[in-house]
Every structure is written in structure tokens, then in C-alpha cells.
Design a protein around this ligand. Structure first.
Ligand code: PLP
Length: 389
């Protein structure tokens, strides 16, 4: 990475070599397979004596461009692109773990990831323990000889809690464990976990990376050695990203920095507005001074992200009334979209958790999560203001 350029420049200037047509921006390679020059080329390609595209389940120029960009953004050596964030999460674990292995995960993780650990991995005798995000010092005692991985997200969903990535990096190193960070809520623009000791970084490209709610995608990046294992597993099992979606994402990454800057600016203004509102019990946003992990957030993130969590006074009833009064913002379960989205985690993304599990990750019945979009901030606040009154 010696002569790498600034983030914004790499996001725009990392692209495929031009074809004979000298196109300015990368074309879409909608092809399932690639041809061989002759018998020798065919043999050498399959023997992996040369790096080249064979079949789009293994690799495709558009996926490669997308992977290259994300690797530069995250400071990673290599990566593999998936059809969804969950395909990335599942394939990463499935490629690295065997029956008998143990995962140490933060308690507060994305709902489907939580479900993967609790409902599906036990079928293959892959077990897990959850640590509390405020008690990282307990991890030492939870490590067993079977533990292979530490897994966490920061900021978390939907509580926007912050985990100390540097501390996690130290713990993982001490016990020789693979540290995997789901960096979806921050995006590579705000935070690069590899700097703090992460071995692998996972993203749902569906969120801020695409940023306009058009495609599903996922990606895992990290060391060449670990990514190679993930690649070998994935080229056989087939969770690859489609060339079309890879093309859309690579284009979206050109504007990631400028979009995320505005998302964060709008989110900060909304968080400050909510903090002084008398119908709100609490507001959580990583860059508000009142956030319990404000100092850590400032240390590891460039800005606070697009998600603001808060609670409307009056519990479930008041919460429902608030949702029913929203006019402009969307009631939807996605995030990181140009359109602002309000979600009720207790009845949607986290409905599969028991009431106690929800409580333990800070989701109350009245909790609201807003993914602040790119509409004008006065219109965003205006809609919330009329819904609260
Ligand atoms: C959305 C999300 C995922 C899953 O991504 P999909 O693209 O929906 O499969 C994983 N982790 C986090 C933190 C997410 O927000």
C-alpha cells in the first residue's frame, strides 16, 4: 500500500484495465464463463498456474474491481464478494470453522447473525458464548481450547453501542484467535478495523456501500491466508455476488465518502434535536457527548454514522402512535439508504429474540431506530417533529 492514494481517490480511480474500446468507466461483464485460448491455457488455468477468470462463481472482473476497492479502503490484502451480507457472514465462519469449534461473540449482533449462532451452528456442533460489550475483561475467562474466533460489530445494531476495537485486537492476539469485525454500520470510510488488529472485516454491501437501497451484497476482506480459505469454500458452495450487483456497488463506492459525510452531518443534527426534546426519554448517537463510549468512538471513528437510536416517552403505545404519524420517512427494515428509515427493532429485526435477550442488548419496547438519509435535514426533523406532537 506504499504508493496508495487518499481514500476518495482510490474509491474513484481503482478500476479495471481499459478494454480495446478505451471506455472511461468500467463496463459490465455479464458473462457466466470465460474462454480459453487453447488446450494449454485451459490446463494451466485450472491448475491455477495463472490468475485469470474461468467462471463467475469463482471470480468476475466486476467483482474483482469491487473487491479491490474495498481492500484499499480497509487496508486488506484480499477479499471475496458475496450475494448478501449474511452469505458473507455464513461463508466466512463455515470456511474457517470445524465441528467442535467455539465462537466468542459480542451479545449484541445483527439479528440473523445471532440466529445463525443460536439456531443453526449447533447442528454442526459449532458452539458460541456471548460476552457483554461493557465487560471485555471477561473474555479472557471465556476462552476455551476450542475457541477459534472473536466476533463483534461496532457500532452495534440497533443500540448504537461502541466496542473498543483496540482492546479486542489485543485480546485476540493474546489468545491467538481470529478477530472478525462486522464493519457494516461504520462503513470503511469511518472506521478500518484492521488498523486495530482485526484479521477479517465483513460488510453487508446492502447498507451504506450501495447506499441507495438497490442491491443486496456482502464482502469479507482481510489477510491473504484467511481469504484464500474463504475463497476455496465459496467457489464450491456458490454464494458469489452477481456481476451486475458488483458493478452497481463499485459505482456506489465512488461517492461513499461524500454520502457518508452528509449522512453523519444529518444524523448529528437530528441527535442534537432529539436530545433537547421533552417527549424523548433518551437518545443514543456515538458522537453525542452523552454517549457512554463517546471517547472510544472519537478514537476509532471519523464520524458517528447514520444511525440514531432513541425512545419516545410513554412506552409501546406512544411508540406505535409515533410510527403511525410518520409521513415522509419510510417505515422499513433497511439502513444506510439515501431515504431516511424508521424502524421498531422490538417488533421487526429483533423480534426473534426473547424479551430478556432484547433487554440485555438495550432494546426496549419503545426503542426507535432511525437510519438518517440524505433528504434535507429540515424536512427530516420536520417529519419527526410533527409525529412527536
Ligand atoms: C444488514 C446487516 C447484515 C446482513 O446483510 P444482508 O445484506 O442483509 O444479508 C449483517 N450485519 C449487519 C450489521 C447488518 O446491518
Amino acid at each position: 500500500m506504499g504508493k496508495s492514494k487518499k481514500f476518495e481517490t482510490e474509491a474513484i480511480r481503482t478500476q479495471l484495465e481499459r478494454s480495446q474500446y478505451l471506455e472511461h468507466s468500467s463496463p459490465m461483464y455479464l458473462t457466466s464463463s470465460f474462454v480459453f485460448e487453447d488446450a494449454e491455457d485451459m490446463r494451466a488455468s485450472f491448475a491455477e498456474e495463472k490468475e485469470r477468470n474461468i467462471y463467475s462463481r469463482y471470480s468476475n472482473p466486476n467483482s474483482s474491481e469491487f473487491i479491490d476497492k474495498v481492500c484499499k479502503m480497509e487496508g486488506a490484502e484480499d477479499g471475496f464478494a458475496f450475494a448478501s451480507g449474511m452469505a458473507a457472514v455464513f461463508s466466512t465462519f463455515a470456511a474457517l470453522l470445524s465441528s467442535g469449534d467455539h465462537i466468542l461473540s459480542a451479545r449484541s449482533v445483527f439479528g440473523s447473525t445471532h440466529s445463525l449462532f443460536t439456531n443453526f451452528f449447533p447442528k454442526w456442533n459449532i458452539t458460541h458464548s456471548f460476552f457483554k460489550i461493557d465487560e471485555l475483561e471477561t473474555i479472557d475467562k471465556m476462552v476455551t481450547p476450542q475457541t477459534k474466533v472473536i466476533y463483534a460489530e461496532s457500532p452495534t445494531n440497533p443500540g448504537v453501542d461502541i466496542l473498543d476495537l483496540e482492546a479486542l485486537g489485543r485480546i485476540a492476539k493474546k489468545h491467538n484467535l481470529i478477530l472478525i469485525i462486522d464493519n457494516c454500520f461504520a462503513s470503511p470510510y469511518l472506521q478500518q478495523p484492521i488498523k486495530f488488529g482485526a484479521d477479517l472485516v465483513i460488510h453487508s454491501g446492502t447498507k451504506l456501500m450501495d447506499g441507495q437501497g438497490r442491491v443486496l451484497a456482502g464482502i469479507t476482506v482481510g489477510s491473504k491466508e484467511l481469504v484464500d480459505k474463504i475463497y476455496r469454500f465459496s467457489r464450491i458452495t456458490g454464494p458469489a455476488l452477481s456481476p451486475f450487483n458488483a458493478w452497481v456497488l463499485s459505482k456506489s463506492l465512488e461517492t461513499l465518502a461524500i454520502r457518508v459525510d452528509r449522512h453523519c452531518e444529518n444524523a448529528m443534527k437530528l441527535a442534537e434535536y432529539l436530545e433537547q426534546h421533552d417527549k424523548i426519554t433518551w437518545v443514543k448517537y456515538p458522537f453525542l457527548k452523552s454517549h457512554p463510549k463517546y471517547e472510544i468512538a472519537k478514537r476509532q471513528m471519523k464520524a458517528g454514522g447514520c444511525v440514531v437510536a432513541f425512545e419516545v416517552k410513554g412506552g409501546l403505545e406512544a411508540g406505535r402512535k409515533f410510527f403511525d404519524s410518520i409521513k415522509l420517512l419510510s417505515l422499513s427494515a433497511n439502513l444506510g439508504d439515501s431515504r431516511s428509515i424508521v424502524t421498531h427493532p422490538a417488533s421487526t429485526t429483533h423480534s426473534k429474540l426473547s424479551a430478556e435477550e432484547r433487554q440485555s442488548v438495550g432494546i426496549t419496547d419503545g426503542s426507535v431506530r432511525i437510519s438518517v438519509g440524505l433528504e434535507h435535514i429540515e424536512d427530516i426533523i420536520g417529519d419527526i417533529e410533527q409525529a412527536l406532537s
